[in-house]
Design a protein around this ligand. Structure first.
Ligand code: ADP
Ligand code: MG
Length: 277
């Protein structure tokens, strides 16, 4: 599995071309269980390279579970089971020969609640993923990487004079951008974002949305959001998840964002995007 098996990555080495034809990430008939309870049923979804795909739908329909399946965090839950395939540029993310750390290195995750490592400084936070995934780099490379990632996350100007101060001292919105910078440091090709702005104020939300528009040039983004305006602002494609009364989550409709919001095929999609449930 050469693509995901790279032992070390230098900054810039994994830049991806904007017109790469292959799908970056594809779920094929993905079903998921916690114990006996089935929570996702045969999810098929192609997440196009260099595009933002938004996952929308009511709470409990399996959006977070689906995101965690994409980068193998689902298997951290002891009762969790899975069927189907996840392909990353055609490579099976669940290939037994693939190291989990490699899968997670290439498919990064940002969570709803900003979670910088509290005991680490701002720059140590950015570099934390390198140590975790065994990437070694010289100090000068690391310094450049800190600046590059904080710049991409829209935080550099605010923190460049206090890189050695604790990440926990930042505001919530700054902490979330620090987490984005941290996930970028290992040069992921996909960034999964689970309601990244729902704990943030409108100004921080706007900055992160602007950041995403830039990041899209180098990563494929999958974002879960409950904010329908945000889905329309940031995403190219949308998938509407729904789990009706005790049944597992399914995708009711997926397609271009303009289509789901402007001319949906399914009445349930129309009702959801217009805020009727
Ligand atoms: P969403 O993100 O759309 O709100 P989730 O993926 O968090 O939905 O949850 C989907 C279903 O799976 C829910 O019914 C939830 O209670 C259940 N679930 C999520 N995580 C776990 C877990 N660790 N153990 C058991 N059930 C879980
Ligand atoms: Mg969720």
């Amino acid at each position: 599995v050469p693509l995901l098996g790279a032992a070390s990555i230098r900054p810039g080495e994994l830049e991806i071309s904007v017109d790469r034809p292959a799908a970056a990430l594809e779920a094929r008939s993905v079903s998921a269980w916690f114990g006996d309870r089935k929570v996702l049923d045969r999810i098929d979804l192609v997440m196009q390279p260099n595009r933002v795909t938004a996952l929308i739908g009511p709470s409990g329909c399996g959006k977070s579970t689906f995101l965690r399946i994409l980068n193998r965090m689902h298997e951290l839950v002891p009762s969790a089971a899975l069927a189907g395939e996840v392909l990353f540029d055609g490579i099976d993310v669940y290939d037994p020969e693939l190291r989990v750390t490699d899968a997670r290195k290439h498919i990064g995750m940002v969570f709803q609640k900003p979670n910088p490592f509290p005991a680490m400084s701002i720059s140590e936070n950015v570099l934390a993923g390198l140590a975790l995934t065994g990437i070694k780099a010289k100090k000068s490379v690391k310094d450049d990487l800190v600046e590059e990632c904080l710049t991409k996350a829209g935080l550099w100007n605010e923190v460049k004079d206090r890189l050695r101060q604790p990440g926990a001292g930042l505001s919530g919105g700054q902490q979330q951008r620090l987490c984005i910078a941290r996930s970028l440091a290992v040069k992921p090709k996909v960034l999964l974002m689970d309601e990244p702005c729902s704990a943030l104020d409108p100004t921080s939300t706007r900055v992160i949305e602007e950041t995403m528009a830039e990041l899209q040039r180098e990563v494929t983004i999958v974002i879960v959001t409950h904010n329908m305006q945000q889905a329309q602002r940031v995403s190219d494609h949308c998938a509407f998840f729904l789990a009706s009364a005790g049944t597992p989550g399914v995708i009711v409709e997926a397609g271009p964002t303009s289509k789901l919001f402007g001319n949906p095929e399914d009445q349930r999609t129309a009702d959801y995007v217009q805020g009727r449930f």
